[in-house]
Design a protein. Sequence first.
Length: 130
Amino acid sequence: MRNVYTINQFEVVHNEFHFILNESNEHIQMQPAGQVIADSDNGSFIYIVEEGDAFSYISFPKTIWPQLLEVVKTGQDPFLRVAGERIQLTNFFEELHMLLFNIEGNGNYGDAFVAAVEEAFAEIFVSDEV
């Protein structure tokens, strides 16, 4: 069974974006897999990480989307802080940016999810049209 970790905290440190994972397990060993997918059923974005021989998910729910917008606007890959470690989420910006434009107007993700994404990331869609 894969682990799903939900992000609920965010911090900017020296112009770097840090998503904070508050897990009590100090033995979490994650390696970035460099892929972002949509979980339209649960209204979140998922970053895939390797944990040992399996893949796990870092979930970014709607409550953290304003911070995802800031990440996309800067074009930087953010960091994950977990158990005292700082892990760069490689390819995060690129993957999320492409995914957002794939979701825009695409009913395959479900109308409610598409509408939520278009509203939350409207600034990105408008700026790229210019």
